[in-house]
Design a protein around this ligand. Structure first.
Ligand SMILES: *[C@@H]1O[C@H](CO)[C@@H](O)[C@H](O)[C@H]1NC(C)=O
Ligand SMILES: *[C@@H]1O[C@H](CO)[C@@H](O)[C@H](O)[C@H]1NC(C)=O
Ligand SMILES: *[C@@H]1O[C@H](CO)[C@@H](O)[C@H](O)[C@H]1NC(C)=O
Length: 562
């Protein structure tokens, strides 16, 4: 029997009513799009590609560095393992709480198995995986989400051989390889169907850990003294994403940005969902068969929550992945002078390939600024070539946009977290006046009335993104990081949370101000960022903001940095 569970929810009619009030300069000076980075398997497959990895390598690669084997598993191999005389042990490439990149991870009957004789070289299982339950902030739920040996377990090589090895002469084991590179998302549907959580957390973290893992191993392990720049730029492709605990509708959000993002930014990636995962579990239910994943990134939100950065500092699961990525890209550059070049240009570069692919798809970003940051690996390569440090010196090295575009994402029809009517009107007229006076562009946008392409095109041009705390500010991910790029997030006075503040400031190197009516708060200046707080009124529809204050904040910010 066939059961169709997927409900098709394509947006029917989309109309632009986001009024473009002034529209200057933006159509002038069209540039060629900046170089687009595409995933490309351009490194030739190694010989002995699927050969079991000698134990000696495990020790070497189970520290925090990348492993040379990263290269071997980059290309898609569909070989059966049945001719392997020993079972390939698992190796750890990169780990942050909730973000673990492993080679040769096994699954049988729904349980993950790490095959190793040295389990002490791996992180604790609770920092890799959890019971995939809906998160609640109760002691019982927190305890119930702790993983058990049903979720993940260690096996020695001998135990693995006993379970899956020696079938009959000529058939050495019952392991089937799921070829290529996999991302497995072990989270239930609670957060997946939401643009911010899907793109701003899940894929932000995926890109960070992937970049951290492979951009560093390129340089570290590439024996070729003059590496091919295109090979350096390209990260290994992600062949499939498995939403192992969610249905095919659960990961799709209502505005339809999740599938747009996934298909546009990762066009070759296929998606499997819980039914597919259950198929694989069920047909290995005897425990005598297993699947081998040559390269798998395991992500788990609850496991990130057990990390210090996510659990106690930022409440952002991607923060764990970004921190490890930053430490690995620093480590790669040798800890010397370049190690201190965590400038804004650097900070933004790792996300550039994703944004570029989206811009390419949406035909956005033409009239952009020249010289936007490229992924750090490319930058480091330049450093080596010219024998000088090209990075460093703070945000002033970021390019200046040709024109200033202020985009206000209005929530006034959202039905929640809205400005008072008078605040909204005064804000719009103050910004209209500013834009008029300066010759800048000012847009008031209700994102729900723009198509995906239109939203991306606008964000590609936006210098100042402004709005009440909410999902629309996720578009900070699509802004080009120029030296003027800024997010202004309006909270009910006294309210604050890290969602967009962390994403902008620490994820992308983009300036962020939290505005409480007629005061602004920003990390690193004055009293710094506020403490996390949800006062009553936070979610309400009478949030005040003083329009002339916001206008002055923008004007001063731009004059100061230009
Ligand atoms: C992708 O790889 C192929 C084969 O190695 C190569 O010919 C092609 O130029 C590459 N494309 C890009 C965009 O790097
Ligand atoms: C397979 O998994 C199920 C559910 O976790 C469990 O009840 C069963 O005992 C497992 N079978 C084997 C052979 O381990
Ligand atoms: C907002 O700021 C303006 C300008 O300082 C002030 O007149 C107004 O009373 C403030 N509103 C609230 C609700 O604090």
């Amino acid at each position: 029997m066939l059961i169709y569970r997927r409900s098709v929810r394509r947006d029917a009619t989309l109309v632009i009513i986001g009024a473009t009030l002034t529209h200057l300069y933006s159509l002038l000076n069209r540039q060629q799009p900046t170089q687009i980075l595409v995933n490309n398997v351009s490194i030739p497959p190694m010989k002995n590609q699927e050969r079991p990895i000698p134990l000696a390598t495990i020790q070497e690669s189970s520290n925090s560095h990348g492993s040379p084997n990263a290269f071997q598993s980059r290309s898609m191999s569909m070989n059966s393992d049945s001719d392997l005389s020993t079972i390939a042990p698992t190796t750890l490439l990169t780990h942050a709480p909730g973000w673990t990149v492993l080679e040769n991870l096994y699954m049988s009957n729904g349980t993950f198995f790490i095959v190793t004789d040295t389990p002490q070289d791996f992180p604790k299982i609770r920092f890799m995986i959890s019971k995939p339950l809906i998160l609640e902030n109760t002691a019982n739920n927190i305890a119930a989400r702790e993983p058990t040996p049903d979720d993940m377990a260690f096996l020695t090589v001998e135990e693995a051989n006993e379970r899956w090895g020696e079938v009959r002469p000529g058939r050495k084991n019952r392991i089937s390889t799921v070829g290529g590179n996999t991302v497995l998302v072990n989270d239930p549907d609670q957060f997946l169907g939401h643009y911010y959580h899907f793109v701003g957390e899940l894929f932000f973290g995926i890109q960070a850990i992937w970049y951290g893992t492979f951009s560093s191993s390129f340089n570290r392990f590439n024996s070729n003294p003059t590496p091919n720049p295109s090979a350096i730029d390209a990260l290994p492709p992600i062949h499939r994403v498995i939403f192992a605990r969610a249905s095919s509708i659960a990961w799709r959000d209502f505005p339809g940005f999740n599938y747009y993002f996934l298909r546009a930014a990762f066009p070759s990636t296929t998606v499997e969902v819980e039914d597919d995962w259950e198929d694989r579990a069920e047909i290995t239910a005897t425990g005598k068969r297993a699947w081998r994943f040559p390269l798998l990134l395991l992500t788990d939100r609850s496991a990130s929550n057990r990390g210090r950065l996510c659990g106690t500092v930022t409440q952002r699961n991607a923060a764990e992945a970004v921190a490890v990525m930053r430490s690995k890209t620093k480590e790669k550059s040798g800890g010397g002078k370049e190690a201190n070049t965590d400038t804004n240009a650097d900070m933004a570069a790792w996300w550039t390939p994703v944004r570029d692919r989206l811009f390419e798809f949406a035909d956005a970003g033409h009239e952009d600024v020249k010289g936007l940051p490229k992924p750090r690996v490319a930058a480091v390569h330049q450093v080596e070539e010219r024998n000088q440090v090209v990075l460093g010196g703070g945000s002033s090295e970021l390019p200046t946009p040709r024109s200033i575009v202020i985009t206000y994402i209005s929530r006034q029809s959202a039905g929640g977290r809205m400005l008072t009517r008078i605040s909204h009107e005064e804000l719009v007229s103050a910004l209209e006046e500013l834009a008029e006076r300066k010759g800048w562009e000012f847009n008031v946008v209700q994102a729900e009335f723009l198509t995906h392409d239109e939203q991306l095109k606008l964000m590609a041009r936006t210098t100042i993104l402004l709005g009440v705390h909410g999902n629309g500010l996720t578009h900070v991910l699509m802004m080009q990081p120029t030296r003027l790029s800024t997010v202004i997030e309006i909270f009910f006075p006294g309210g604050f949370c890290h969602d967009y503040q962390w994403t902008a400031t620490h994820g992308l190197g983009i300036k962020h101000y939290a505005v409480w009516n007629d005061t602004a708060h920003t990390e690193g200046e004055g009293e710094g960022k506020p403490k996390v707080n949800y006062p009553s009124g936070f979610q309400g529809n009478s949030i005040p903001v003083h329009g002339p204050f916001v206008s002055k904040l923008i004007e001063d910010h731009i004059e100061r940095r230009r």
